[in-house]
Design a protein around this ligand. Structure first.
Ligand code: ATP
Ligand code: MG
Ligand code: MG
Ligand code: MG
Length: 339
């Protein structure tokens, strides 16, 4: 019998459009002889669109309005074998939708509430990974209330890290709201921007020099495997939104041209991080590699990485011999696996 799959896409975060692109690819790739897929787009207002409006949204690349409230939809989601919450960022990748699906008793692709929530928040991720002995850059947390009541204290935290530094909303992705701050004069604008998007903001020391950027895929539940390591190269000062989503701005190298022992360590660290964060199904783990010193630091863990045919995660497993359709099929199998 065919498995009935509910594919969720869009959502309320700054990564709405990216999610719809990923979903279009996954929808086209899930084998029709095995799966009966219903796509449901979530509008920017958080309403769940009926399938006809969803097809329109997938074509347009944006779901602006219409739809039902989430609880009506979850109730009618009964009868699906699994849900593929192909949502990036807050209200999707952060444990909220995962909590809803857990309550509804419907298996779903990817990490559960704990792994999703902890991995989404860059500060919580750093705290958990530090206790697992994983190398990371120095960082400080600031919350919105501190920025409005004691801005000097927040500025002092930044000064402790030195410039340049990175200011990031703690719970976002696709580089949305991230600034590289070259000196104190640029700090306030960066913090204003980050706090307009999140209550929690992370200040991060920059790596000692411009790093090489390595990414690795992890696939599995309690016995996860790591993909080959990939490298991103681009001319921009850092891997910003434009560079990520403008055709031709970044080059992907798989496998990354790095020493064997570095690749091995990247894969080991990724698996350690995946377990420490209680991830499941899939994750893409991003690293900085300082070629001169040989230093490797873990940057972040993405529990629902970009998933178009040309996104890094599917490409990494493609290089390992697992095609896109096989990969999404495997993810649904993992969602249905007894744990
Ligand atoms: P994703 O789309 O992968 O989820 P994100 O929005 O979560 O990304 P990060 O990966 O944390 O953002 O940062 C985006 C980019 O900014 C990195 O790929 C890198 O180019 C640059 N960057 C971030 N933090 C640092 C740092 N501490 N030192 C050097 N470069 C950094
Ligand atoms: Mg991220
Ligand atoms: Mg992300
Ligand atoms: Mg990243």
């Amino acid at each position: 019998m065919k498995k009935r799959i509910l594919l969720l896409a869009g959502g309320q975060s700054g990564e709405h459009e990216v999610s719809l692109m990923s979903a279009r690819s996954v929808l086209a790739a899930l084998p029709r002889d095995q799966f009966d897929v219903t796509p449901v787009a979530i509008s920017k207002q958080g309403r769940w669109l009926p399938p006809t409006d969803t097809r329109q949204a997938l074509e347009n690349g944006s779901a602006e309005s219409g739809g039902d409230l989430v609880l009506h939809r979850v109730a009618s989601a009964e009868g699906y074998d699994a849900v593929f919450p192909l949502l990036h960022g807050p209200m999707g990748e952060d444990g909220t939708v995962q909590g809803l699906l857990t309550l509804a008793g419907i298996p779903f692709v990817g990490s559960g509430v704990l792994g999703s929530a902890v991995s989404m928040d860059k500060v919580m991720t750093k705290q958990v990974l530090a206790s697992a002995g994983i190398p990371q850059v120095a960082w400080r947390l600031a919350v919105r209330r501190e920025w409005s009541s004691d801005a000097d204290d927040v500025r002092a935290r930044a000064a402790e890290l030195g410039f340049p530094l990175f200011v990031k909303p703690a719970n976002l992705g696709s580089s949305v709201g991230i600034s590289k701050v070259h000196g104190p004069g640029e700090l306030d604008a960066a913090l204003d921007l980050a706090f307009s998007l999140d209550r929690r903001v992370i200040l991060e020391a920059m790596t000692a020099s411009r790093p090489r950027e390595l990414e690795v895929g992890v696939l599995g539940n309690d016995a996860p495997i790591a993909s080959p390591v990939g490298e991103l190269r681009f001319a921009a000062e850092f891997y910003d939104y434009e560079t990520k989503y403008t055709e031709g701005r970044a080059e992907v190298h798989i496998p990354a041209p790095i020493p064997e022992d570095v690749a091995l360590r990247v894969r080991e660290l990724a698996l350690t991080a995946f377990r420490a964060l209680d991830c499941a199904g899939l994750a893409r783990v991003d690293f900085f590699y300082l070629e001169d010193s040989g230093e490797l630091v873990l940057n972040e863990v993405n529990t629902m990485p970009g998933f178009t045919q040309t996104s890094m995660y599917p490409k990494l497993f493609g290089a390992a011999g697992l095609g896109y359709s096989e990969l999404v099929t495997r993810l649904v199998e993992l969602a249905l696996e007894e744990r």
